[in-house]
Design a protein around this ligand. Structure first.
Ligand SMILES: O=C([O-])CC(=O)C(=O)O
Ligand SMILES: [Mg+2]
Length: 217
């Protein structure tokens, strides 16, 4: 298997939502009867050294720290028992969300594309080959804003696990090498403003740090 180097950042982003009970509760939502998926375009990626830009007109940008699964091999209709063969590695990612736009979309029954897919809505860290993580189901997942812990979760609390997510997604979207699968956020999501600094990580295996600015143009 050719392991993708996660500097290529040009592939699609497939995201699962509502995958941690405590986050579902804080959103006043209910555990969905079927997995909830949405997409972010490849233009959503932002890497360290570049800022997260609050899109114009957004009044409530939220951080959502997530385990990112990086696909290593083309996966179409794969079975859950084989799904890990298609995983190349992992990273930490932020599913930046314009919560005000998402709430408007939810109440109007409209898609979340703008709320979830704007430029810089997917900050990502380094590619970690899967062999370097012994148990993906027991990894601390944390996010600090200006040094204060906001999200302090663990992948053990994921409702849907990585093999199921990859298998299920592959029934609808052919997953390609370099695609990123976001696996949902634990509780503690909250607002960030221009001037804030977000740090996040998977334990101390991979960490990221991003400044937040207003988009100027
Ligand atoms: O915006 C949401 O609450 C859905 C989502 O992405 C998540 O649960 O990670
Ligand atoms: Mg999310």
């Amino acid at each position: 298997m050719r392991l993708v180097k996660f500097v290529e950042f040009s592939r699609k982003i497939v995201a699962v939502g509502k995958n941690y009970a405590a986050h579902i509760k804080e959103m006043g939502s209910e555990v969905p009867s079927k997995p909830v998926f949405f997409l972010k375009p490849a233009t959503a990626y932002v890497t360290e050294g570049n800022p997260i830009k609050i899109p114009k007109g957004c009044t409530e940008l939220h951080h959502e720290v997530e385990l990112g699964v990086i696909i290593g091999r083309k996966a179409c209709d794969v079975e859950e028992k084989d799904a890990m063969d298609y995983v190349g590695g992992y990273t930490v990612a932020l599913d930046m969300t314009a919560r005000d736009w998402q709430l408007d979309a939810k109440s109007a029954g409209l898609p979340w594309s703008l709320a979830k897919g704007f430029d810089t809505s997917c900050p990502v860290g380094q590619f970690i080959p899967k062999e370097q993580i012994s148990d993906i189901n027991s990894l601390p997942l944390w996010c600090k804003v200006n040094g204060q812990m906001r999200q302090n979760g663990n992948t053990k609390d994921m409702i849907l696990k990585v093999p199921f997510i990859v298998s299920y997604a592959s029934n609808f979207f052919t997953l390609e090498p370099g695609d990123l699968v976001l696996t949902g956020t634990p509780s503690g999501v909250g607002q960030v403003k221009a001037g804030d600094c977000i740090e996040a990580g998977l334990g101390d295996i991979v960490k990221i740090k991003f400044d937040v600015v207003n988009k100027e143009k």
